[in-house]
Design a protein around this ligand. Structure first.
Ligand code: SAH
Length: 361
């Protein structure tokens, strides 16, 4: 007998479909996202872990994060270093200071440096190009990742030409209305997506992503996020909980949860098996052991801070950020030990996306 009505697919069937690399429709994503329960999350984490281990083994890639400027022309409602926050003590690192961070990081075993900052017009394309070139010259076996926001396509091309390998630009949310709830009118989802597509086109290993539990986020916007990631096929996905900052319009909003973040990390691993997926600092901030739990849920990257200690407490996107008082070496030692304790090994490696690893050889 032929079935007349299509019955909604059960939770387990949706997971299996995702594991088989088949496209889910909105209703199936809804079943997964709304189907959260503790036992299901544990099962999903296990399955995501198996997939990650099959591709990347028990290796955890580390990135040395250099927060080189907290000046920003943007006014994102969630972010602690937004333009309107007059209480921020603004700083910028010099080229020499950035290179010193890289030297210290190299000695510790970092082979990727991530330059992250606000959108600071002091750092013209020429200045960024010069910094990228100098890092690539001095550390030819290291990768450079930029995370400096929305730029013109000519600028992205110049950064790529200078030797930048990767670019992180979270899409923040794939729903235009939700995007407007998080950003002032001059920032649009449309431009964010244009930038991401351009980065992909230029051959950057490209990172999209979003905060979990950001104000206004719903199951429907999360479905948009998952479908957007499926379509874009980014090499990296940055997912961490939203954490309110006391000097932003979102100061009274609730933080995202550890549980939902871990669950979404597992779903992203199943959606994009080869993706470079960081267990973020924000995840480590909302719960002790958060980053380790992130690795166990399918993540394979951690990004310890390499910024000079005297500026750490000035780059606060959210409250209670961890490791602001510790030096890089100490953070890394702690991380190596805690990763070893869960059976993972922090490796000295550029940590490229698997498809780029083959290309380079
Ligand atoms: N200016 C760069 C770098 C932004 S900071 C850019 O536009 O890409 C990197 C990420 O931190 C942001 O993309 C955002 O998702 C996250 N972030 C900002 N404020 C946050 C908060 N209050 N809680 C959690 N994550 C936050």
């Amino acid at each position: 007998m032929e079935k007349k009505t299509t019955e909604p697919m059960c939770y387990e069937a949706c997971v299996r479909k995702l594991e088989q690399g088949e496209r889910l429709d909105r209703e199936q994503w809804r079943t997964l996202i709304d189907g959260y329960s503790q036992p299901r999350a544990a099962d999903l984490a296990r399955r995501a872990g198996v997939l990650r281990d099959r591709i990347y083994g028990k290796k955890v890639f580390v990135r040395g994060l250099i927060e080189f400027t907290n000046y920003c022309r943007n006014d994102c409602y969630y972010c602690g270093i937004r333009r309107s926050n007059r209480k921020v003590c603004r700083y910028r690192l010099t080229e020499g200071e950035i290179l010193s961070c890289c030297r210290a990081g190299y000695a510790l075993g970092f082979r990727t440096f991530v330059l992250q900052g606000g959108e600071d017009s002091y750092f013209t394309d020429e200045r960024i190009v010069s910094i990228v070139q100098k890092i690539r010259e001095e550390f030819p076996e290291c990768a450079v990742t930029l995370s400096i926001g929305e730029k013109k396509k000519e600028s992205y091309a110049a950064f790529r030409e200078a030797g930048a390998d990767r670019y992180l630009l979270r899409h923040e949310t794939a729903d235009a209305d939700h995007y407007r709830q998080l950003h002032p009118p001059e920032l649009t989802l449309e431009n964010r997506i244009t930038c991401l597509r351009e980065l992909k086109r230029l051959g950057f290993q490209t990172g999209a992503g979003f905060m979990v539990g950001s104000p206004g986020q719903t199951t429907e916007t999360l479905i948009d996020d998952m479908q957007f990631l499926e379509e874009l096929q980014p090499e990296m996905v940055g997912i961490g909980p939203f954490i309110p900052h006391h000097d932003t319009p979102f100061r009274e909003q609730a933080a995202g949860t550890l549980e939902q973040t871990l669950y979404l990390l597992s779903l992203v691993r199943l959606l994009l098996p080869q993706v470079l997926l960081p267990a973020t600092t924000a995840l480590g901030t909302i719960a002790p052991g958060g980053r380790e739990a992130g690795i166990l849920a399918g993540a394979n990257v951690v990004m310890p801070n390499l910024s000079p200690e005297n500026v750490r407490e000035k780059y606060l996107l959210y409250d209670n950020k961890i490791c602001t008082g510790k030096e890089a070496a100490e953070c890394l030692e702690d991380l190596k030990a805690s990763m070893a304790a869960i059976g993972y090994q922090v490796v000295i490696d550029r940590g490229d996306h698997i498809s780029y690893q083959k290309e380079r050889k």
